[in-house]
Design a protein around this ligand. Structure first.
Ligand code: NDP
Length: 328
């Protein structure tokens, strides 16, 4: 069996050399433990922050230790009363082909409800992020204009659709014509902007003639600057992510104080993990919307454990529409 460890702390953009494959020998599970076979590995932008040796909201990965992230796995041997052979579980686990863990570190998922990969996407961390960030902080009202960046990604594509369900007008910003076409034609976004081929400020003026009421921030940088220049009074900005700066050494802004004063807008960072007590509510609501066909989700799947690093690097090239996953 194999695992992937952090080989070096990347300067700027990570590369394949950031990661190293190692062979592992697994012990048989002890009492309370299970042997798992990995089915899906989630690659997520926040993991880039954990590769730096810097204090943040989550602990840095240790050099030479396995990279960890969201994983869906199958129980192939159990010495726990809580799980039996064949059960499917989700957890924050090492990037490995197989592993032995305490049963209480994973959560069983109901494979009859939805494809199990959704536990890492629309019905998992990224769906919850969209749900809480948009509804709790953005609080979109019918007829308001909601702008979302990284709109065709895992979080952004769900944000835009929930905003539509709530009766808002939705404008999505993404990095290719395939993505903007998908947002408009498949997901029903009202307006779309390709930030790689259009001037974002001009495009926003056209797409948001009555200004911006909610900006769901996923990318920061110049895109964030352009949207923040067009806020309506009392606009809300859930600050979910700032991926355009994750590979930069310097914090590249924005400087927003006077803009926030003029618009009386509220900009608030959040972490999905803070909503743990309400995960059940979100999972039920998201599940209902998915079953009713009101909420669509896409997955971009890389095949094979060999391709986990390339999948992760792909997040920074925009190689995904919807949730980026690796299937083993
Ligand atoms: P995505 O599926 O959206 O993948 C990342 C996307 O970001 C890419 O597909 C790419 O799309 C876009 N992107 C990459 N580099 C840039 C850039 N320089 N400028 C603009 N866009 C870029 O990932 P997630 O949905 O998982 O995450 C989206 C954001 O939400 C991230 O910032 C992430 O850190 C954050 N997040 C925050 C959480 C929280 O609790 N606060 C929890 C989960 C995620 P394109 O082709 O459009 O460029």
């Amino acid at each position: 069996e194999q695992q992937i460890v952090l080989a070096e702390r990347p300067e700027g953009r990570p590369t394949r050399e950031t990661f190293r494959y190692e062979s592992i020998e697994l012990n048989a599970p002890d009492a309370g433990q299970v042997l798992l076979e990995t089915l899906y590995i989630s690659v997520d932008p926040y993991m880039r922050g954990r590769m730096n040796d810097a204090r943040s909201y989550s602990q840095p990965f240790e050099l030479g230790a396995p990279v960890q992230g969201g994983v869906v796995a199958k129980v192939i041997e159990s010495r726990s009363d809580a799980l039996k052979e064949g059960d499917i579980v989700v957890g924050m686990l090492d990037w490995a082909t197989k592993l032995v863990v305490d049963a209480k570190t994973v959560r069983k998922i109901d494979a009859s409800l939805a494809p199990v990969s959704t536990a890492l996407g629309v019905l998992g961390m990224t769906g919850m992020t969209a749900y809480f960030g948009l509804l709790d902080i953005g609080n979109p009202q019918p007829g308001e204009t909601v702008v979302v960046s990284a709109a065709a990604g895992a979080v952004g594509s769900i944000v835009g659709q929930i905003a539509k369900i709530k009766g808002a007008r939705v404008v999505g910003i993404a990095g290719s014509d395939e993505k903007t076409t998908y947002l408009k034609e498949e997901l029903g976004f009202d307006e779309v902007i390709n930030y790689k081929t259009e001037d974002v400020g001009e495009a926003l003026d056209r797409a948001c003639p009555s200004g911006v009421d909610v900006y769901f921030e996923n990318v920061g940088g110049e895109i964030g600057d352009a949207v923040i220049d067009r806020l309506n009074p009392f606009a809300r900005i859930p600050v979910c992510g700032a991926i355009s700066g994750y590979n930069e050494k310097e914090n590249i802004g924005p400087r927003v104080q006077s803009k926030l004063i003029a618009s009386r807008a509220r900009m608030q960072g959040f972490l999905v993990g803070d909503y743990g007590k309400r995960f059940k509510e979100a999972a039920e609501q998201l599940g209902e919307w998915v079953s009713a066909g009101e909420l669509k989700y896409e997955e971009t799947i890389f095949e094979g454990f060999d391709n986990v690093p390339d999948a992760f690097l792909g997040l920074f090239d925009g190689s995904n529409t919807g949730k980026l996953l690796v299937k083993l």
